[in-house]
Design a protein around this ligand. Sequence first.
Ligand code: RIB
Ligand code: CA
Length: 310
Amino acid sequence: MTIPVIIDCDPGHDDVFALWLAAGHPALDVVAVTTVGGNVPLEFTTRNARIALSVAGVTDVPVAAGAAGPLVRPLQTAEWIHGENGLGGPELPEPTVPLDPRTATELIADALTASAEPVAVIATGPITNIAILLRDRPELAGCIREIVWMGGSTERGNATPYAEFNALVDPEALDLVVRSGVRFTMVGLNVTHLALVTPAVREQIAAIGTATAGFGAELFDFFCRTNDELFGMPDGPLHDPVAVAVLADPCCVEVRRARLDVELLGTETAGATSVDLDDMLAREPNAWVAVGLDVERFWAGVAASVARLA
Ligand code: RIB
Ligand code: CA
């Protein structure tokens, strides 16, 4: 039985592999893709999502643009990692996948109401679109199976010392989604930093030999180079597909129940995700938090999905 999923993303190199892992995985049925301003401005993340699906030959999934920026804060972007157009490295083709005329909220609402069963939402950028949906269409919360989000960290951040990028960009949206009561799983840096694009992984993907794999290999070249230059991590952590793996192959990602609170007020700590793994505060647990990854199984799943695409 496949799980219907909506992917909300901000491509970004790792978002592309999240889209490919989902689109190529037999356990998932991608029913919609929505985009948000994040790694780069919305016009680029939207074009990049269409390009990612076009390259992979995924032409039957609607793509709609969502929020250009966070609920209340100014947008912060990450060209320093992903390049000016958000997909530094390969020459980008014109997308053949069209832009759906609906807003992200409209497309998500239509996808939720059209589905015979609850739909899972996988978010791999600032979670603004999902917050807007839950704020403006609260009656649809019951149509969402669960939300799995790549972001946050049980340890330190990557955009500030204490905040991961997706959480930093829109902490108010994250707080609203966590408080919504919809089952929520956080896939933070503490686990995604295990999903390293090593030379062996690059060979594994390149050996697939398809157009999609070749495009992915060029994305890896750029992504690993910028991660090396910025963080001294030549094997760049491919964050976003780990969130997809939570649903596609639950045995691959270890999760545990915990209390998650989002810092909104801190001058130095805004966007920090306070994960109480040891129940220090005796607060009611409100989220599932990823704490482990079967790295070999994860990459085997990514490679198998990419091999099923064009
Ligand atoms: O911190 C990593 C996250 O921020 C990833 O989703 C990456 O694509 C960026 O959006
Ligand atoms: Ca992302």
